[in-house]
Write a protein that binds this ligand. Structure first.
Ligand code: SAM
Ligand code: SF4
Length: 344
């Protein structure tokens, strides 16, 4: 089991398998997209699996596959299968926008994917078009149904709340949990990330305001040992008699400390940079190491180094310090990661 110097057990790695996306959510991707990483610079399947093998030796047991949109990655089903077969990996999940989920869910489940988080900000088709730039709601809803039928459980739905766009839908979205065993998580907008930086700051609806609205609907807190979130950042509530739960995910831009204290995560970008923290701008370049012939022991040592240098709090000055083991030099700076790559 890997522990950082603050005693946190690190057992979870979030892997971005692509920086590409087929949607342009108004808070994430600018309408013209972002500069794309060249294909040669993106980790190949075998390289991703090698990182997972090294991480699993250190006690990482949970892998979340994200993007960009992970279902756009060529060969995603084989990649999931390869990851799920790594000894020590007990849980493989995915965060997706759901557009292609109906097509892939059965194959993904058969390949070893356990569960999905699906992003869905509205139940109104025109709004979905306004938010994402595409007419995608029917496909997303169908994707969720197919995923559930294929046993990808629990199903979590991620909803970013925007004051002038979908705040009035909290009740409708919450009601989904009454009849379906779905977990609808309301996410506070991170205003400084991605395309959100160009939105009016007034669009942010603080987590506490979301919680207040849910309480107004009769929702009650769920005991920590009964929530579907594990060590994740959401706190959960439930409407009386409902099958699913309601989650609230506060913005790391606001008060990150509670989240940081429970953080169990590492993050691998699609071009092979390992970050010990969502907000770190300093990374260990595992792609560079692998392409220079690093052994699995050297990869383990680099990952161990990242874990032991994990900052206590993501936003503290100097939190991004990291040393690439074996060189004594500071780790490669990946620059600020594109938000499309870090969410999940
Ligand atoms: N494309 C996939 C999807 O949409 O689920 C995976 C990547 S996406 C970046 C992961 C999550 O980040 C989504 O649930 C999305 O809603 C969330 N997200 C993106 N930008 C955000 C922002 N500015 N504030 C809060 N959450 C954001
Ligand atoms: Fe794409 Fe996900 Fe970002 Fe929306 S939130 S633009 S689906 S990466």
């Amino acid at each position: 089991m890997a522990r950082d110097r603050f005693g946190r057990e690190i057992n979870y790695m979030r892997i971005s398998v692509t920086d590409r996306c087929n949607l342009r959510c108004m808070y994430c991707m600018p309408p013209d997209g972002v500069p794309l990483i060249s294909h040669d610079d993106i980790l190949r399947h075998e390289e991703i699996v090698r990182v997972v093998e090294a991480a699993a030796r250190l006690g990482i047991s949970h892998i979340r596959i994200t993007g960009g949109e992970p279902l756009l990655r060529h060969g995603i089903v084989s990649l999931v299968r390869m990851i799920a077969q790594v000894p020590g990996i007990s849980d493989v999940s995915m965060t997706t926008n759901g557009c292609l989920l109906g097509r892939y869910a059965e194959h993904l489940a058969e390949a070893g994917l356990k569960r999905v988080n699906v992003s869905m900000d509205t139940l109104r088709p025109e709004r979905a078009r306004d938010i994402t730039g595409h007419d995608c709601l029917a496909q997303v809803l169908q994707g969720i149904e197919v995923a559930e039928a294929c046993g990808l459980q629990p199903i979590k739905i991620n909803t970013v709340v925007l004051r002038s766009i979908n705040l009035d839908e909290i009740q409708d979205l919450a009601m989904l949990t009454r009849l379906r065993p779905w977990h609808v998580r309301f996410i506070e907008l991170m205003p400084s990330w991605g395309a959100a930086a160009s939105l009016d700051p007034g669009e942010v609806v603080p987590a506490e305001e979301i919680a207040e609205r849910l309480r107004g609907l009769g929702a009650k807190p769920v005991a920590a040992n009964c929530n579907p979130g594990g060590a994740g950042p959401a706190r959960y509530m439930r409407l009386p008699g409902s099958k699913g739960t309601l989650g609230i995910v506060g913005s790391e831009d606001g008060n990150p400390r509670g989240m940081c204290e429970r953080c169990n995560r590492l993050r691998l970008s699609s071009d092979g940079k390992l970050y010990a923290c969502l907000f770190s701008t300093v990374a260990v370049d595992l792609r560079d190491m692998m392409r220079s012939g690093a052994s699995i022991d050297e990869l383990c040592s680099a990952i161990r180094g990242a874990i032991s240098n994990k900052p206590r709090y993501g936003r503290d000055p100097g939190s991004a310090r990291n040393v690439r083991p074996g060189t004594g030099h500071g780790g490669a700076s990946g620059g600020r990661p594109a938000l499309a790559e870090i969410g999940g």
